[in-house]
Design a protein around this ligand. Structure first.
Ligand code: UDP
Length: 234
């Protein structure tokens, strides 16, 4: 890490320039945040469990033909990734109702969506990451029609790949968020797939195994993250 230049410090990851034009180093930290940064804590082992969880999911996706930024593991909290030109858009897919959509549309928590519900959000902390329409994205010149179609299709494909993986471990994949970016003209999956960016409920008990444990002060956050990882064979 001596030659590394810190490029960007996010809420739970730090991105370093390692002097390679096409690659970056991502470090998963122990920070947990909620309420758009209003709530913060350091949770021991969070970086480690998130790094391992992300590596597992990115490998499953790659095996199933999804192109991602993930290149290799560097340490138990660090990975090398392709340097993407990220689109400032979050793609959320919901198999069941939870979180924002319940408040926004007055829907009861847990309702099953068939087909799943897809949403775009603008990545902008100052604005609190608002939900946006395709027209908003075109007006803001953030992405093309083709980009949006590709992100949407990839997000549904990721759902089709991951739902059975989680189901086999006894979990319901309630919802998740993906971010994409360009690498040498190709749209790839970037950012991360961890329990910070998805909702995972025990199929039988409905117990929460994701970041809602932190958001809602349910306690034992990392214990549940580790349990989820163990059940997935990570
Ligand atoms: N999500 C995320 N980052 C965000 C907003 C949402 O990773 O900035 C994830 C969140 O963990 C959940 C899904 O996207 O799995 C849908 O989140 P929602 O829109 O319900 O927002 P929230 O209730 O988390 O504010």
């Amino acid at each position: 890490m001596t030659e590394c230049l810190e490029l960007y410090k996010g809420k739970s990851k730090t991105i370093y320039d390692i002097g390679e034009p096409n690659e970056l180093l991502v470090q998963f930290r122990n920070d947990a945040t909620g309420g758009n940064g209003a709530k913060h804590a350091i949770l021991e082992d969070k970086g480690r469990v998130n790094c391992a969880f992300d590596a597992f999911i990115m490998a499953v996706l790659a095996e199933n033909g999804i192109k991602t930024h993930w290149l290799k593991s560097v340490s138990d909290t660090e990975i090398r990734v392709r340097r993407l030109n990220m689109l400032p858009i979050e793609c959320v897919l919901r198999n069941r109702a939870a979180g924002g959509i319940c408040k926004r549309l007055g829907i009861e928590r847990g309702r099953i969506f068939s087909p799943p519900v897809f949403e775009f959000f603008l990545k902008n902390d100052a604005l609190g990451d608002p939900i946006i329409t395709e027209d908003h994205i075109f007006m803001l010149k953030l992405a093309s029609k083709e980009d949006l179609a590709a992100m949407r299709a990839l997000t549904y494909r990721v759902n089709d790949i991951l739902q059975p993986v989680f189901a086999k471990a006894g979990f319901d994949l309630v919802d998740f968020k993906l971010e994409f970016g360009y690498y040498q003209g190709q749209l790839l999956l970037g950012d991360e797939f961890t329990l910070d960016g998805c909702r995972l409920w025990d199929k039988q008990s409905g117990e929460i195994y994701d970041k809602d444990r932190f958001r809602q002060d349910l306690g034992d956050v990392i214990h549940f993250y580790k349990e989820a990882a163990k059940r997935l064979g990570i």
